[in-house]
Design a protein around this ligand. Sequence first.
Ligand SMILES: [Ca+2]
Ligand SMILES: [Ca+2]
Length: 85
Amino acid sequence: MTNLCMAIFMALVLGSQGEPSATSLDAMLCPYDLNGDGVVNNPDLLLFLSKYGQVGVYDQDFDGNGSVGITDYIEFMRYKGGVCP
Ligand SMILES: [Ca+2]
Ligand SMILES: [Ca+2]
């Protein structure tokens, strides 16, 4: 639970620092659109956090290391705010 709270806190902090431009994103963005609505935003973040700390095969395991953790979170936040092509 502590890790989840930290992740939410970091989401709020990082989210306040502006979001990446949607004009220069490529097909790599799509995996981060977890609910498939075409944009990477807060609903996707909630889906990501629902599996945070889990070990196994999940869509949220972006770097494919077998667990959903801080490295996946950093990857997600890099693309948060973007539009899926
Ligand atoms: Ca989405
Ligand atoms: Ca991972």
